[in-house]
Design a binder for this molecule. Structure first.
Ligand code: ADP
Ligand code: ADP
Length: 223
């Protein structure tokens, strides 16, 4: 069952095509990897999907339970490549603010946030200002912010950047759990090794264009 459909998507900056006619679908509960080197067009594509950037042409379609609908941000979780949190605000308050934007009741949000902070070894930092945390810790807070409201679709732009291997494994475990629970996941990465055990299918992009699209097995066989 399709959850996200990308059709002939392009984005130009002047004459430069940052995204050049890409198409792919992501099924419900599928973990899709958007893989490519720096500058390939991953963040541009993701920002268009998130409605932050407008496309030059093409379409993005969300299907929640088979129903085509316009982008409902409360059903989507997003980990942007750039910092999306407030440095001088406490960790827990950052998360409660994000949750409030998604319409999660305060009590529920607080319980969920504390559970996730505990799981990611950050419970002791709940009342620390974000700026006191290391880059990896901040990335964990952003990750919690993307999944706290139990979205149907989670879009993660380079979620593993700045993370040590142990925490990368913790993220992978949580992402796999999300997939098993029926959450649709689209994540970008520039390294094959972080997506190969994780993603059901991989869309490889370079210089804005599709290079390969398929399961890892298909990609390794060269189709
Ligand atoms: P990736 O996420 O794969 O690293 P990006 O989508 O960030 O790639 O960038 C794709 C290309 O588009 C890069 O060459 C980048 O320099 C260019 N680019 C991104 N945003 C802009 C912009 N606002 N204006 C001009 N060029 C841009
Ligand atoms: P804004 O007017 O909001 O700054 P821009 O279109 O200038 O919007 O940029 C959108 C995003 O793309 C910003 O996050 C910006 O930092 C980034 N960006 C702008 N130019 C480039 C570029 N040449 N390469 C990579 N990223 C860029």
């Amino acid at each position: 069952q399709e959850a996200l459909v990308i059709n002939n998507l392009s984005k130009s900056y002047g004459n430069f095509k940052a995204v050049n006619n890409i198409s792919f679908t992501v099924n419900k509960g599928e973990i899709m990897g958007l893989l490519g080197p720096n500058g390939a067009g991953k963040s541009t594509a993701i920002r268009i999907i998130m409605g932050i950037l407008s496309a030059s042409s093409g379409e993005v379609k969300f299907l929640f339970n088979g129903d085509s609908s316009v982008l409902d941000k409360s059903k989507i979780g997003y980990l942007p490549e750039e910092r999306g949190l407030y440095d001088d605000v406490k960790v827990l308050d950052n998360l409660l603010y994000l949750a409030s934007l998604k319409g999660v009741p305060q009590n529920e949000a607080k319980e969920e946030a504390m559970n996730w902070l505990e799981r990611l070894n950050l419970a002791n930092y709940a009342n620390s200002k974000l700026e006191k945390l290391s880059k990896g810790m901040q990335q964990k807070v952003q990750f919690i912010g993307a999944i706290l409201h139990k979205p149907a679709l989670v879009v993660l732009d380079e979620p593993f950047s700045g993370l040590d291997p142990v925490n990368q494994d913790v993220f992978k475990e949580i992402i796999l759990e999300l997939g098993r629970q029926g959450t649709t996941v689209l994540l970008s990465a520039h390294q094959m090794n972080v997506v190969e055990e994780l993603c059901d299918r991989i869309f490889m992009i370079n210089k804005g264009k599709q290079v390969l699209f398929g399961s890892l097995k298909e990609i390794k066989q060269g189709f």
